[in-house]
Design a binder for this molecule. Structure first.
Ligand code: PLP
Length: 389
């Protein structure tokens, strides 16, 4: 049976070049980068190179990259780190209602311990309105944290405009770029961000490693306390093999960004068009243009998302019904709720995210299988011929 992996926003395979380099590193280098002897210096050389590779992907300086255990930790460090460092200046944070749980739950945690958080609404495409942001800023606002693009519906937020507004008001701007770095151009100066989150496993690097970009001069308090690694902001002996792999993945992502952007966008549009032509009563979620090149998200009326996922899995197709992190619960997606989808459509939603593992034959296969799966599941629904989207 053909296997089609359509969950690249959930995670990606290790790029073969990343794998080779990690093997070479692991075979030959084990030193602690903090040690001053030759074994330590050798390890440090690799970590420094990776830091430069990650910095190059986002147009920053190597010294502005702090390695973490992934996107979740980087989001925590950015938000809690700013809150702790700036609490005397103010206690108000602005975020959006469609952030990844790594941001949303960090902000909710801060709200519980005395900070005030504004969760901005989004429009039906998932876009934050810069005008609303403008109005939400108060003298005590210390941080704006709004994602660069959404992981479920792929909508790309007006980050540059948000960056301008933040700067105008002297408020720090953090963006979670886990879903954009390596997929669309990301440059910290163009975006006007002070802090930016990255994760390795979304760009064909190893899992359990990520980074926060911190603009020079921005003050952060560490969340984890310990030794002097990562300028004391992320103490603990570095995950050297993960960092080396992440660096290589960042280098490849930068090298292949244009070609992968165009290739996945073509596949994405073929899939979107094919679904619209072959399956009635569907709703296309997310923005039609301001969208990640590899993200497809549809709601199918009268279909239950989990049944659709299982039926597709039995045909070798791996997709997702929301973000991977929340798909083990049956709670309706907070993103689809925020864009105003009714409960029934939220439960019939399917996210397909394309990447290196896909080609046009995969899309043909999905377009051959999906209509049958949907119509079979609809045949079990008592509502199937009563409502229309
Ligand atoms: N932020 C976004 C937008 C994500 O999509 C994810 C993972 O899905 C994360 C943060 C968390 O990253 P990590 O899995 O590296 O902790």
């Amino acid at each position: 049976m053909r296997k089609v992996y359509l969950d690249h926003a959930g995670t990606t395979l290790l790029h073969p070049e990343v794998y080779s380099l990690m093997c070479e590193f692991m075979k030959n280098t084990f030193g602690n980068p903090s040690s001053i002897h030759s074994f330590g210096r050798e390890a440090k050389k690799w970590v420094d190179e990776a830091r430069q590779q990650v910095a190059d992907l986002i147009g920053s300086k190597a010294g502005e990259i702090i390695f973490t255990s992934g996107g979740t930790e980087a989001d925590n460090l950015a938000i809690i780190g700013v809150a702790a460092a700036r609490h005397k200046k103010g206690n108000h944070i602005i975020t959006s209602s469609i952030e990844h749980p790594a941001v949303l739950n960090t902000c909710k945690h801060l709200a519980k311990i005395g900070f005030e958080v504004t969760f901005l609404p989004v429009d039906r495409y998932g876009l934050v309105d810069p005008e609303e942001l403008y109005k939400a800023i108060r003298p005590e606002t210390i941080l704006i944290s709004i994602m660069h693009a959404n992981n479920e519906i792929g909508t790309i937020e007006p980050a540059e405009e948000i960056g301008r507004i933040a700067k105008e008001h002297g408020v720090l701007f953090h963006t979670d770029a886990v879903q954009t770095a390596g997929k669309i151009p990301v440059n910290v100066n163009t975006l006007g961000v002070d802090l930016l989150t990255l994760s390795s496993h979304k760009i064909y690097g190893p899992k359990g490693v990520g980074a926060i970009y911190k603009r020079k001069g921005v003050r952060l308090q560490p969340v984890v306390h310990g030794g002097g690694q990562e300028k004391t902001l992320r103490p603990g002996t570095e995950n050297t093999m993960g960092i080396v792999g992440f660096g290589k993945a960042a280098e490849i992502a930068a090298r292949e960004l244009d070609s992968e952007f165009n290739r996945t966008r073509q596949l994405r549009d073929k899939l979107i068009q094919g679904i619209k032509e072959r399956i009635p009563d569907v709703k296309y979620n997310g923005h039609p243009e301001l969208r990640l090149p590899h993200n497809v998200n549809f709601s199918f009326s009268y279909v239950e998302g989990e049944s659709m996922l299982l039926s597709l899995d039995m045909k070798g197709i791996a997709a997702s019904s929301g973000s991977a992190c929340s798909s083990s619960t049956l709670k309706p997606s907070h993103v689809l709720t925020a864009i105003g989808l009714p409960y029934e459509l939220i439960h019939g939603s399917l996210r397909m995210t394309l990447g290196m593992m896909n080609d046009a034959v995969d899309i043909d296969y999905v377009l051959e299988v999906l209509p049958g799966v949907v119509s079979k599941l609809r045949s079990f629904s008592p509502l199937a011929n009563k409502l229309t989207v």
